[in-house]
Write a protein that binds this ligand. Structure first.
Ligand code: ATP
Ligand code: ZN
Length: 292
């Protein structure tokens, strides 16, 4: 093993696998797959990827076998709630969004956490569930499962479940309704708390800065419009997450100017309508490919 390379653990296959590779690609790293399918190497940077089961990623990073990892916050939080340490979240990555929620059969009369008192709740997240119940002052029994938690109520193994939900379609198909969320999750970049070798640290910092740039440019838009000079203050107020806009003269017009701005937040139709109302015309919204 070459210790001068940065090692990143990503999910081998599953919900985060493709988006993790995509993000690394968007950050400008050209990846070549190893013969075994279990690893990738970057051609243009000293970076190697290891493809693992997501559940193993925190352990590998905590033990320092990998320096960074991409994993659901839910996996990280479950480990932390169980007392595990050795790694921390560096940044949220904006994909793999889901919620860890408590769900009950559709007919259940849920009136808040106290309704869970004395129930059996099936989950693959016993530590997070135990912490939630303790904080809510509820005594319930936790049925720890390895998967397929959503079938537990039908099999009378449990009265309720605590599981990941994104669209709710799986719950609905099993006659369940989400009642309360105990954790908001998405894919996160994790880092070992161990100090990295100076050269590897530098590679990690560049990668983290590029990841931030990719995340920022995802929602960011370049907005251009013409506007009456008198409306500039109002328009600057409406533009979401923009600094001071660039104001350019328009040939032959003293009353009108061109306004250009980088908006760091999503630009919705409502924003465009508000700009139009403020007097803007010829409004263009363009994607931004890279940002630093
Ligand atoms: P592995 O084979 O790596 O153990 P897995 O089956 O445990 O995979 P996946 O189902 O691929 O894991 O989910 C990986 C992550 O995707 C989850 O930990 C979670 O952070 C995220 N995720 C997003 N939406 C959902 C969802 N609806 N259900 C489950 N996980 C989701
Ligand atoms: Zn898993």
């Amino acid at each position: 093993m070459n210790s001068q390379r940065l090692h990143i653990a990503i999910q081998k296959s599953g919900r985060l696998a493709e988006r993790s590779l995509e993000l690394i690609g968007s950050a400008g790293y050209r990846l070549t797959k190893s013969a075994s399918d279990l690893a990738y190497s970057a051609e243009n940077a000293p970076i190697d990827l290891w493809c693992l089961r997501d559940d193993d990623i925190p352990t590998f990073v905590a033990d320092g076998v990998a320096d960074l990892g991409i994993v659901g916050r839910n996996v990280l939080a479950e480990r932390a709630a169980g007392g595990g340490n050795g790694l921390h979240e560096v940044m949220a990555l904006g994909f793999g969004r889901c919620r860890l929620s408590i769900a009950t059969p559709a007919g259940f009369d849920y009136r808040g956490p106290q309704s869970l008192q004395g129930l059996r709740i099936a989950t693959t997240y016993p530590n997070l569930l135990a912490r939630y119940l303790a904080e809510a002052g509820i005594e319930a029994s936790i049925v720890t499962m390895r998967g397929a938690v959503e079938v537990a109520p039908r099999l009378k193994l449990a009265d309720a479940i605590c599981d990941l939900v994104s669209t709710g379609a799986t719950l609905e198909a099993n006659g369940l309704v989400a009642q309360t969320t105990i954790l908001e999750s998405e894919a996160v970049l994790v880092r070992s708390t161990r100090k990295l070798d100076a050269g590897v640290e530098r590679v990690a910092e560049i990668l983290e800065s590029r990841f931030r740039g990719v995340a920022a440019s995802q929602d960011a838009k370049y907005v251009m419009m013409n506007a009456p000079r008198s409306a500039l203050a109002r328009i600057a107020e409406i533009l979401p997450g923009a600094g001071a806009p660039t104001v350019l003269a328009l040939a032959g017009r003293d009353d009108l100017v061109a306004v250009h701005a980088v908006c760091q937040e999503s630009v919705f139709w409502e924003t465009l309508e508000a700009l139009k109302e403020a007097g803007a015309s010829a409004i263009l919204v363009l994607p931004i490919e890279k940002m630093m």
